[in-house]
Design a protein around this ligand. Structure first.
Ligand code: GAR
Length: 205
């Protein structure tokens, strides 16, 4: 079986990228292989994680590239032969022109139970600040396909996490990552990678 080639797009610490690398090493991800890590920021620690794992790492500097940012992303994705694009802590909203080029081939992890606390302006710690401000007792994470609506594509997997008394945004973020994101992102990537691999082998018959 030919594995599905995966590009992982990052912007920061890259703990979700690390979860994907670990899942690839342990066999939880078996139908896919990460062939490129692309960071929108040149100083992202995620790039170091990719290098340490021996995965080709690239920077597409959003600030420096401006209008040429997505064109550079496309170029690296094409060069890597990526068939599945995973946004793992990627802090840019992609244009409709971009997302329409890869229908149901881009997936994202979001740190809430969509449709709560999602859409434009809800990213990173802001999501957990909003959940605490609203006083919800349950939050979680969602893995979904990416389309032209921010956090609006078809949901693939979700997992709930309890909010605890006295939680800070940072404490809640850590629990959501540990109990939900780092588990469901690799599971969802394996599921979609398998579907793409199966489709390819069907088409080759
Ligand atoms: C994660 O919680 C991820 O879900 C979130 O940012 C964090 C990145 O952490 N992503 C978004 O908010 C995207 N809208 P990481 O760099 O350690 O994976």
């Amino acid at each position: 079986m030919e594995k599905t080639s995966i590009a992982v797009l990052v912007s920061g610490g890259g703990t979700n990228l690390q979860a994907l690398i670990d899942a690839q090493n342990s066999g939880i991800i078996n139908h896919g292989r990460i062939t490129a890590v692309i960071s929108s920021k040149p100083d992202a620690y995620a790039l170091k994680r990719a290098e340490a794992a021996g995965i080709p790492a690239y920077t597409a500097d959003r600030k420096a590239l401006g209008q040429g940012f997505e064109q550079e992303l496309r170029r690296i994705i094409r060069q890597a032969g990526a068939e599945l694009i995973v946004l793992a802590g990627f802090m840019s909203i992609l244009s409709a022109d971009f997302t329409e080029s890869y229908p149901e081939r881009i997936i994202n992890v979001h740190p809430s139970l969509i449709p709560s606390f999602c859409g434009k302006g809800y990213y990173g710690l802001k999501v957990h600040e909003a959940a605490l401000a609203r006083g919800v007792k349950l939050t979680g994470a969602t893995v979904h396909f990416v389309n032209d609506i921010p956090d609006g594509g078809r949901i693939i997997m979700q997992k709930a996490v309890e909010v605890q008394d006295g939680d800070t945004p940072e404490a809640l973020q850590q629990r959501v990552m540990r109990e939900a994101e780092w588990i469901i992102l690799p599971m969802a990537v394996e599921k979609i990678a398998e579907e793409i691999a199966d489709k390819k082998s069907e088409e080759a018959k």
